[in-house]
Design a protein around this ligand. Structure first.
Ligand code: P71
Length: 464
C-alpha cells in the first residue's frame, strides 16, 4: 500500500496505548434479539451490545494524556473559570475568530446563531444540509436551500472538492430572493452528508468575493475543519508545503463566524462553541447563552471540559495526527473498494460512506436501504454504522411526504485514535460478508416515527 506521503513503507498510529477498554463480542442469536429490541435502528442499540462502534466520530475519540492531565486543572467556578480564558485563547490562536461563546455541543451554537441572525421567511443557502443545522434554521423561521456543486450528489464522481459551492446556484438565489432575505451563507468544511468531502480554498475565496458584494456574511460549520485542511494540503495546488495550522487559519479568515461541535475534530467527549467577529452578534449570543446553556464563561461545559478542549484544539491540527487520522479512514475505504463494494468517491475525512442504493439495488428507497444495511452489518458482526439516507432526510415541511435524497448512504464513521488498523480489517471483512449475500436481503417498514430528527428514534420491522 502506498501511504499518505507517497512512500511504500507502511504507516502506524502516531501514539502508543496507555489505557485500554475491553470490547464485548456477541453471537448472532444475541445480536438478532438486540436488533429487534432496538427496532432495527442502530441509534437504539445499547453500546454494550456493540463490538466495533462506527456509529459516529462524535464524542467517541480517545483523549490524550495531556488532555486527561488538563482535566485535573478544571476550575469549576461558576463564573470566570480560568479554563474559559484558556479556551478562548486556544480558539483565537488556532482559528482566528475574535469572540467566543462556549456551548455544550454544536447544535446549541447552531440554535443561538440561528435565533440571532434568521427571521421568518429568510433563505439560508448552504453547501448541503446537516440535520441539526437545518432544523435550527427552520425553527428560526428560515428555509435552507442547497447550493453545493452537483458532483456532491453523485457518489461516483471523483471530483476532489465535492464540498464546493456552485456560485451560479447562489447567484440565482440572490437574484430571486434578494440579498436582504439571505442572512448568511451556511458553509461546512468536510461536508458530512456528502461523505466528508472538502471545500477548496479557491472556492471559498470566490464565495467570499461574491457574498462581500452583497454584504452577506458567511457562517462556517467548522466541526471538521482540520480534516478539510488536510485535503487542501494534499489536493489543492499550492498547499503541499503549507502547515495544517495555517490552512485552518486561512479557511476561518474567509468567514465571519463559526459553530463548532468540538466532539469531532477537537478530540473531546463533549463541548462546542460559537465564535464570531462581529461584536453586536457576540453580545447577543453571550446574552442568549445564559438562557439556554449556562453562564457565558462555561455555556454547558464543566471547567475540566473546557481545559481538555483547549488542549484538543492544538492536537487536532498536528500534522502527524491528522495524516494518521485521515489515513486510517482511507485505509478502510481502500479495503472496501478492493472487495468491489460501492463507496462514495473520493473517500471522506471522517468515515467511509457506502452507497446503499447500489449495494441493495433491489430495494426501493422507501424500503430504507441504508437503514437495512446498517441492521445487516450489525447482525453479521456487531459492527455499528449509521444511516445517512431517506430516514435522515426527514419529511418535506409543507407536503409531509418523505424527502427523497439523491444519496442513500451508510456511514462507517471512524472515531479518532480509538481503533487500530486491525479493527478496520475486521470491519471490511464483515461488510464484505454482507455484500456477498446482498441479494437475499429484504427491506424494512417504519412503524414509529418521532416528530423531530426522526432517525434518532424511529423504529422499524422487517418487510416493506
Ligand atoms: C455525526 C454528528 C452527530 C449527529 C448529529 C445529528 C445526527 C446524527 C449524528 C454532528 C454535527 C455535524 C456537523 C457537520 C453540526 C453537528 C451537530 N454530527 N455540524 O456526524 O457533523 O453537533 O452533535 O455536537 O450537536 O455523527 P452536535
Amino acid at each position: 500500500m502506498t501511504n499518505q506521503s507517497g512512500s511504500k513503507r507502511p504507516w502506524a498510529e502516531p501514539f502508543r496505548i496507555k489505557v485500554v477498554e475491553p470490547l464485548k463480542t456477541t453471537n448472532a442469536a444475541y445480536r438478532s434479539q438486540a436488533l429487534e429490541e432496538a427496532g432495527f435502528n442502530t441509534f437504539l442499540l445499547r453500546s454494550g451490545d456493540v463490538y466495533i462502534d462506527l456509529l459516529t466520530d462524535s464524542g467517541t475519540s480517545a483523549m490524550s494524556d495531556q488532555q486527561w492531565a488538563a482535566m485535573m486543572t478544571g476550575d469549576e467556578a461558576y463564573a470566570g473559570s480560568e479554563n474559559f480564558y484558556q479556551l478562548e485563547e486556544a480558539i483565537r490562536s488556532a482559528y482566528g475568530y475574535r469572540y467566543v461563546v462556549p456551548t455544550h455541543q454544536g447544535r446549541a451554537a447552531e440554535h443561538i446563531i440561528s435565533r440571532i441572525m434568521i427571521k421568518e421567511g429568510d433563505i439560508i443557502p448552504g453547501n448541503m444540509y446537516f440535520t441539526t443545522t437545518r432544523l435550527h434554521q427552520e425553527l428560526a423561521g428560515g428555509q435552507f436551500i442547497d447550493v453545493i456543486v452537483d458532483e456532491a450528489h453523485d457518489p461516483d464522481s471523483e471530483f476532489p472538492f465535492k464540498g464546493n459551492v456552485d456560485l451560479d446556484k447562489l447567484q440565482g438565489l440572490i437574484d430571486r430572493y434578494g440579498a436582504e432575505r439571505i442572512p448568511y451563507v451556511s458553509i461546512a468544511t468536510s461536508v458530512n452528508m456528502a461523505g466528508g468531502q472538502p471545500i477548496s480554498l479557491a472556492n471559498l475565496r470566490e464565495l467570499r468575493e461574491l457574498t462581500a458584494k452583497y454584504g452577506i456574511p458567511i457562517i462556517h460549520d467548522m466541526t471538521r475543519v482540520a480534516e478539510n485542511a488536510y485535503f487542501i494540503k494534499v489536493r489543492e495546488e499550492g498547499y503541499r508545503d503549507a502547515a495544517i495550522s495555517d490552512i485552518v487559519l486561512e479557511i476561518c479568515s474567509l468567514t465571519d463566524g463559526a459553530t463548532m461541535s468540538a466532539k469531532k475534530d477537537a478530540l473531546v467527549n463533549i463541548g462546542g462553541f460559537l465564535a464570531v467577529n462581529n461584536e453586536e452578534i457576540f453580545e447577543e449570543a453571550r446574552n442568549l447563552v445564559v438562557v439556554y446553556e449556562g453562564l457565558h464563561t462555561y455555556g454547558g461545559m464543566a471547567g475540566r471540559d473546557m481545559a481538555a478542549l483547549a488542549v484538543g484544539i492544538g492536537e487536532s491540527i498536528d500534522e502527524d495526527h491528522i495524516r494518521a487520522r485521515v489515513g486510517q479512514v482511507q485505509y478502510l475505504g481502500e479495503q472496501l473498494m478492493k472487495a468491489g463494494i460501492p463507496v462514495v468517491q473520493p473517500i471522506g475525512g471522517h468515515g467511509v460512506f457506502i452507497d446503499a442504493a447500489r449495494f441493495l439495488p433491489h430495494l426501493q428507497q422507501d424500503e430504507f436501504p441504508a437503514q437495512t444495511l446498517a441492521a445487516e452489518i450489525y447482525l453479521d458482526s456487531g459492527v455499528r454504522a449509521m444511516e445517512r439516507g431517506i430516514v435522515s432526510a426527514g419529511r418535506n415541511k409543507k407536503t409531509g411526504a418523505h424527502n427523497y435524497p439523491r444519496l442513500e448512504l451508510l456511514r462507517l464513521t471512524i472515531p479518532r485514535r480509538a481503533y487500530t488498523q486491525a479493527h478496520m480489517d475486521v470491519v471490511a471483512a464483515s461488510v464484505n460478508a454482507v455484500f456477498r449475500k446482498r441479494e437475499s436481503i429484504g427491506g424494512l417498514r417504519m412503524i414509529f416515527e418521532p416528530r423531530y430528527l426522526r432517525f434518532f428514534q424511529a423504529r422499524f420491522e422487517r418487510g416493506s
